[in-house]
Design a protein around this ligand. Structure first.
Ligand SMILES: [Zn+2]
Length: 242
């Protein structure tokens, strides 16, 4: 809706520029502003502009979600912690890493966690993909996971949290449900104390973004889980919408 409103606004400005014979650079400014706003929407998954992503649990539970694995060192450490506190989580796995470490994918499944799709390659340029390229990324990851554990994921999280109209169309083609988050731990860029500060703001219904490929995450969870494991009902992402 907001995208069509912006398009209409751009059309009106360009029409006014034509009718009133505004200088040429007024066209350039209007188009540049339009493109800038559209691109900025891509970086705000929580605004649900291009994708109607799940951002919260539909109940009082808290979902811990781990992106970018499996990783040979940090994923086992996180699985050990989750097992110790009897917490089930969601792992958004990268297909090519699954092929490298299939035993970790099998363990994630055997430990009772939810396995989800985080693209086949997680390439830096992936957000610029066409609809067809996105579909290929998503379907390849589905096959890579299927081959290892025998079931295909139902959920998808966009790499870098970047959403685009092409990704939206590819997800409609593949039928997967997009998932964002309501609490970003910033574990990839913050100190352990910074991660703990954010984790301590967790509330019922939150979907928490973490990375099982990050040593800081292991350290932060080692300190945090003993304090909160009995305070919240931790469970994987629930697919019912709120
Ligand atoms: Zn990622």
């Amino acid at each position: 809706m907001i995208v069509w409103s912006l398009r209409f606004l751009l059309f009106c400005v360009l029409a006014a520029a034509f009718v009133y014979d505004w200088p040429w650079y007024s066209y350039a400014i209007a188009i540049a502003l339009y493109i800038g706003v559209m691109v900025s929407f891509s970086f705000r998954i929580e605004w649900r502009i291009y994708l109607d992503s799940l951002l919260k649990q539909p109940d009082d539970s808290v979902a811990l979600t781990f992106d970018d694995g499996p990783h040979p060192e940090t994923t086992p450490a996180i699985l050990d912690l989750l097992q110790h506190y009897n917490i089930k989580a969601t792992f958004f796995l990268i297909g090519e890493k699954c092929e490298q470490y299939p035993e970790l994918v099998r363990r994630i499944m055997a430990d009772g966690h939810q396995i989800a799709n985080h693209s086949a390659t997680h390439a830096y340029s992936i957000s610029l993909s066409s609809r067809r390229a996105w579909r290929d990324e998503i379907e390849r990851c589905q096959r890579q996971i299927m081959t290892i554990v025998g079931t295909a994921p139902l959920l998808f999280r966009p790499p870098y949290g970047v959403t685009t109209p092409n990704l939206s169309k590819a997800l409609a083609d593949t039928g997967l449900t997009p998932v964002g988050w309501s609490l970003h731990s910033h574990d990839w860029t913050s100190s352990v104390s910074g991660v703990l500060k954010r984790l301590n703001t967790v509330d019922q219904g939150d979907i928490v973004l973490l990375h099982d490929s990050c040593p800081n995450t292991v350290e932060a969870l080692t300190s945090w889980l003993p304090a909160v494991s009995k305070d919240f009902d931790f469970k994987p992402v629930v697919t019912t919408r709120v």
